[in-house]
Design a binder for this molecule. Sequence first.
Ligand code: HEC
Ligand code: HEC
Length: 193
Amino acid sequence: MRAVLVLGLGGLLLAGTVRADQPAMGDPVAGKKIAGQCRTCHGIDGYAKIPIAPHIGGEPASYIRDQLTAFRNGTRTHEMMSVVAKSLTDQQISDVASWYAYPVAMATLTADPSGAPEACTACHGIDGIALIEQAPNLAGETNIYIDTQLKAFRLGKRTHEVMSAVAADMTDAEIRAVADWYGSVKLEITVPD
Ligand code: HEC
Ligand code: HEC
């Protein structure tokens, strides 16, 4: 488990909330079967197969569940994921989230750590392995994916109280630089026996 840092950010980071209508615990064995629907894009272990899809293996189950719920609700939209999420029940979302949370994500820097973007490392880590439960890993995501998400936050197409504020003032060049930093990290995802 990753450590949850308590940051002095004026209470912006709220503890992950489990809503009453969502089963808190998923079944990873049932989730692995559902992941058959995801594997062409995200891989069965969560290491993405296509450049526009993120690596999701080893992310916290709560993050995966919240994003799938957001795609299903329409608060986050994407032509592929909105369709995928529509067909999933709350239980299936919890199950598939607990499957993809099961692998372990490991990052290796390929550049000097002093080049890490200071504005991001408190939450996403120097190597893109997140330091707080609510933030996703960025390690080894394609720069296209990171770029797309930051521009979506900047435009208000995707919203989050912290990330919308972070992205609001970033220029295209700054976005490209941080995308290249995290994209340059080598990511390995392993499924424990
Ligand atoms: C046809 C390809 C495709 C399939 C199939 C697919 N996904 Fe995705 N998924 C994507 C793409 C592309 C994105 C990036 C969306 C965006 O840009 O906002 C994504 C994003 C996500 C995210 C958000 C991750 C993050 O870091 O924010 C999650 C979680 C996710 N998918 C889970 C799943 C699960 C679980 C399944 C199977 C039930 C699935 N996806 C099936 C292509 C796919
Ligand atoms: C205070 C903590 C914090 C800081 C600082 C921060 N982030 Fe985030 N970031 C988050 C959280 C939390 C999320 C999840 C947002 C959501 O739930 O939609 C996130 C999501 C993202 C995503 C979407 C990833 C995905 O898998 O879809 C990207 C890209 C991102 N952050 C990049 C950055 C970059 C680049 C910086 C620095 C310029 C940065 N963040 C700074 C907390 C932070």
